[in-house]
Design a protein around this ligand. Structure first.
Ligand code: NAD
Length: 496
């Protein structure tokens, strides 16, 4: 068993009870309240962090407002913004192991995987966004202005930073989701108040230290730790915020969207999913089974675009399901500090209970548990589970479970597969496993989701926009699309 030894810096970070960053200050909550963080692998308390009050959030937004309106940051040139982002990415690279260990202790995920996935993807994304800082362009337009036929004009369109960004993120990829907000915000010249998930603020606080070390002016990046209901809501309602960017559940996203519409605050929402994995009869069945297993079991199934619905062409259904069950049964569960472990715990007792309720619901309705269907502790473990004999309209198929639970249904032909794949309130991702080029190209435009993968699943790249159709959200993260969401257009007309 290869158990990772914690770095002295990891232990020291946790033992010193991390504070929040507001402007230049590392602070407790105004009323001194704290909230406990737990290690999901053991259920034991890890440390406490401040439970931000409404006042704390207001002070953080004010710091971000002043930094955007009045500080040297507002005059920073693109090249400096590029260099600062590169510097930040370099510091994250230096501290990659520490960041991965914090993510492991706080979220339960594998430290080894977090280092090559979560942390490295965050670094790569910031470097990609650093490149955009020097490439943000407006345009000039030749205009007619029909009401003033005798006048000459010069006209151009500026692309300007949107302003103060309120960012709220979920707990499944704490550092990566924060970087998806921070990258375009800092590339375009915005300022940020980040509210990490209640359960997982540690890497956001470490990131704030690195932002300071990189040399960003005070107030450009602020982190408030606290609950959604107090700190998240305060950020959502604050009139000094110009743009809200949210990653989390569809239920909370809808509320935030409505509040944003009331004040016309710009908003992007990255929400839930129930993504289909479609295995066509001609697919390489071995790769498809391995790919489908990883599509649902990676990160304990707590992935917004997890392949949580499996559709297999009927003649190969039993074989593919049996292969996935075989992979699931062979998976070793345990602490994310053990590099030989394939699956860690879920994030919390609450999430374990939620996932368990769905498994029980399946059993009670007569579905067959092909593998897994067990939970154990200490820690919040649920075995990788595959469920068959369920109807397309069952809650197990229609609702996001957000755990290591796969529901599998056979289909007869391409039209049948497309009908069931699209029969969902969500539309985040989908994968097609096939070597029939014509069939694949026929299916891609007909799938209603923000991403389609062919012979792979959940493969992301900084240059590819990511986001949802339907109830999976509004707007896109990553790619140039993200730059558009963090900027406003201003039309300028000069009478000569
Ligand atoms: P959640 O909606 O409960 O919480 C997300 C964040 O919102 C947390 O920081 C929380 O504190 C905050 N929050 C909660 N209530 C709030 C309120 N009333 N006002 C303002 N903020 C509030 O979601 P979760 O359980 O943390 O995360 C899981 C969900 O996130 C899943 O649905 C998953 O699919 C989704 N997700 C989506 C993406 C994506 O890119 N589309 C990525 C990761 C996770």
């Amino acid at each position: 068993m290869a158990i990772a030894t914690l770095l002295p810096a990891t232990t020291a970070f946790i033992q010193r009870a991390p504070r929040m960053l507001i402007g230049a200050e590392w602070v407790e909550a105004a009323d001194g309240q704290t909230m406990p963080l737990r290690n999901p692998a053991t259920g034991e308390q890890l440390c406490v962090v401040p439970r931000a009050t409404v006042d704390d959030v207001d002070r953080a937004v004010l710091a971000a407002r002043q930094a955007f309106d009045d500080s040297p940051w507002s005059r920073t040139r693109p090249r400096e913004r590029q260099n600062l982002l590169w510097k930040l990415a370099d510091l994250m690279q230096r501290d990659a192991e520490l960041l991965a260990q914090l993510e492991c202790l706080n979220n339960g995920k594998s430290a080894a995987v977090a280092q090559v996935m979560d942390v490295q993807l965050a670094i790569d994304f910031l470097r990609y966004m650093a490149g955009w800082a020097t490439k943000i362009e407006g345009s000039s337009v030749e205009v007619s202005v029909p009401l003033m036929p005798d006048q000459q004009f010069h006209s151009f369109i500026r692309r300007e930073a949107v302003g103060v960004v309120g960012a709220i993120v979920a707990w499944n990829f704490p550092l990566l989701l924060a970087s998806w907000k921070l990258g375009p915000a800092l590339a375009t010249g915005c300022t940020v108040v980040l509210k990490p998930a209640d359960e997982t603020p540690l890497t956001a606080l470490k990131l704030a230290e690195l932002v300071q070390e990189a040399g960003y002016p005070d107030g450009v990046f602020n982190v408030v730790t606290g609950t959604g209901i107090t700190a998240g809501a305060a950020l959502t309602h604050n009139p000094r915020v110009d743009k809200l960017t949210f990653t989390g559940s569809t239920a909370v996203g809808k509320e935030i969207g409505k509040i944003a519409m009331d004040s016309m605050t710009r908003v992007t929402l990255e929400l839930g999913g129930k993504s289909p994995t479609i295995v066509m009869a001609d697919a390489d069945l071995g790769s498809a089974a391995a790919g489908a297993a990883s599509a649902i079991f990676f990160n304990q199934g707590q992935v917004c675009c997890a392949g949580s619905r499996l559709y297999v062409q009927r003649k190969h259904f039993d074989k593919v399901v049996a292969d996935i069950a075989g992979i699931a049964n062979a998976m070793k569960l345990g602490s994310g500090l053990d590099a030989s472990v394939d699956m860690g715990p879920l994030i919390s007792a609450r999430q374990q209970e939620r996932v368990w309720r769905y498994i029980e619901m399946g059993r009670e309705s007569g579905a067959t548990i092909a593998c897994g269907g067990e939970q154990f502790g200490p820690g919040y473990f649920v075995k990788p589970t595959v469920i068959v004999d369920v109807d397309q309209q069952h809650s197990l198929v229609q609702e996001e479970i957000f755990g290591p639970v796969l529901v599998a249904i056979p289909f007869d032909d391409e039209a049948d597969a497309l009908r069931m794949a699209n029969d969902s309130p969500y539309g985040l991702g989908a994968s097609i496993w096939s070597n029939d080029l014509a069939a694949v190209h026929r299916m891609i435009p007909r799938i209603k989701s923000g991403s389609v993968w062919v012979n792979c699943h959940s493969a992301l790249d900084p240059a590819l926009p990511f986001g949802g159709y339907k109830m999976s959200g509004v707007g896109r993260e990553m790619g140039y699309a993200a730059i558009e969401h963090y900027t406003e257009l201003k039309s300028v007309l000069i009478k000569l």
